[in-house]
Write a protein of this length. Structure first.
Length: 176
């Protein structure tokens, strides 16, 4: 049998615990040749809490762990009986991931689209925001344009009674 990728559902917030327990179990009973990889895909994002920027790892698929393995009775029950695992995608007969899904998953992990961390928040046109940094700090404006690639927003701010466009970084504004 060939090794394939399977998706395992876990309790919320237990993805890394499941990954660690599975890796320890595989090592303890020498199953490295049948359970090859255990992944929790993440991306780095910038989060602002209490006016401080912090880079965190956000899970692409919360409550899911991806496992490259050769499916047999022993590997099925090892994974299924791991504390924190609620089951395989597909239930009693786990469904392996399609080849293109595996490629997309691995490419997203190895080659992230942006070199710098992305903001954890997203904005919409005509949404009101408060500027929290820079010369227009404390001003309130409306999102006119969003440039995801550059992480920039064009905000329409009222200055001296006139609407004025201001280009700001995602991290310089907060949602209201």
């Amino acid at each position: 049998m060939a090794n394939q990728w399977y998706v395992v559902h876990t309790y919320s917030g237990h993805e890394y615990k499941v990954k660690k327990k599975l890796e320890m179990a595989v090592e303890n009973i020498s199953m490295q040749n049948v359970i090859l990889q255990v992944l929790v895909p993440t991306e780095e994002v910038v989060e602002i809490k209490q006016n401080k920027k912090k880079i965190i790892k956000r899970k692409f698929y919360p409550s899911y762990v991806f496992i490259e393995m050769i499916m047999n009775n022993a590997t099925y029950w090892l994974v299924r009986n791991t504390v924190g695992v609620t089951g395989f995608l597909g239930g009693i007969k786990p469904i392996p991931m399609a080849h293109y899904e595996v490629e997309n998953l691995l490419n997203a992990i190895v080659n992230p689209n942006v070199s710098k961390p992305r903001p954890a928040v997203s904005f919409e046109k005509e949404e009101n925001v408060r500027i929290i940094e820079g010369p227009f700090k404390h001003f309130i404006g409306t999102v006119e344009e969003i440039n995801q690639e550059r992480g920039k927003l064009r905000i329409m701010v009222i200055i001296f009674g006139r609407p004025t466009p201001v280009e700001l970084d995602f991290l310089q504004v907060e949602k209201m």
